[in-house]
Design a binder for this molecule. Structure first.
Ligand code: FNR
Length: 241
């Protein structure tokens, strides 16, 4: 077939899939009007979500009193837009998970799941241990995922970040964590990624970032997370309790 004719047929097929006269994609869930505007061709009708307020629960993967990842978490909380309200969800006191608990979770595990439930989104700030995530963090995630059918992470917008003195800054641990979150059906912010190589005093205990370019990067990262939460919750709205 001649190239021109092929192009015309392709145009026709595309036209039928997404008619130009109707900028709203067919079969998109229309739980609220914002969904429509996300798909509208005219960008001027998009809803401005930049001021939407969200509660972010964050997990620090380290139990160390001198944790550099806690410093990183403190920095993100300091730098974040006001529209994000943070609550640390502690993992330290959780017993080791066993399915024996499924019929009756202990108070620490109930509190942990409740804290996830009242968060719009979850931020993971984790070290890398032996090219994976620390056992304490994996244990916490296992608690959150159970009992079967009550996975607290399902549909929760999530983001991962971490720091280590190594040059790849927790990249391998983060990939491991991403695969766990995929299985748990937690929508993840894919980009930007954030692998922070920690150098002496890069971030103070109170979360002050001493390197301006790192601070700028962390600001753009956490602003991107705000945007991501807004997008996910527009398409997958859920109440927090
Ligand atoms: C580490 N560390 C480390 N670092 C890294 O970049 N890749 C790795 O695989 C590991 N593995 C590892 C295993 C164990 C058991 C420990 C204790 C440490 C070093 C690690 O990045 C460093 O100790 C950080 O300071 C840990 O983060 P927190 O606990 O200070 O937040």
């Amino acid at each position: 077939m001649e190239q021109k004719a092929q192009d015309a047929r392709l145009d026709e097929a595309l036209e039928q899939s997404f008619p130009a006269s109707d900028p709203v994609a067919i079969n998109v869930p229309t739980a609220n009007s914002t969904v429509k505007s996300l798909f509208a061709a005219d960008s001027t009708v998009k809803e401005d979500t930049s001021m939407n307020k969200y509660k972010v629960g964050y997990l620090v993967g380290s139990l160390a009193s001198t944790s550099i990842n806690r410093r990183l978490a403190n920095a993100l909380v300091r730098i974040a837009p006001e529209a994000l309200e943070f609550e640390e969800i502690p993992i330290r006191d959780l017993p080791l998970y066993s399915s024996d608990y499924d019929a009756d979770f202990p108070p620490e595990a109930r509190a942990f799941k409740d804290a996830i439930s009242r968060s719009h989104a979850i931020l993971f700030v984790t070290p890398e241990y032996n090219r994976s995530i620390p056992g304490a963090l994996k244990n916490a995630i296992d608690w959150g995922s159970r009992p079967w059918g009550k996975n607290s992470f399902a549909r929760k917008p999530s983001a991962v970040i971490g720091t280590s003195p190594g040059s790849i800054g927790t990249a391998v641990a983060q990939q491991n964590l991403r695969s766990v979150l995929s299985f748990l059906n937690a929508p993840q912010m894919n980009s930007p990624e954030a692998y922070i190589t920690f150098t002496t005093d890069l971030i103070t205990i109170d979360g002050e970032v001493t390197n301006p370019s790192t601070e700028e990067f962390l600001r753009s990262y956490i602003e991107a997370f705000h945007d991501f939460i807004a997008k996910v919750l527009t398409v997958l709205p859920h109440d927090v309790s």
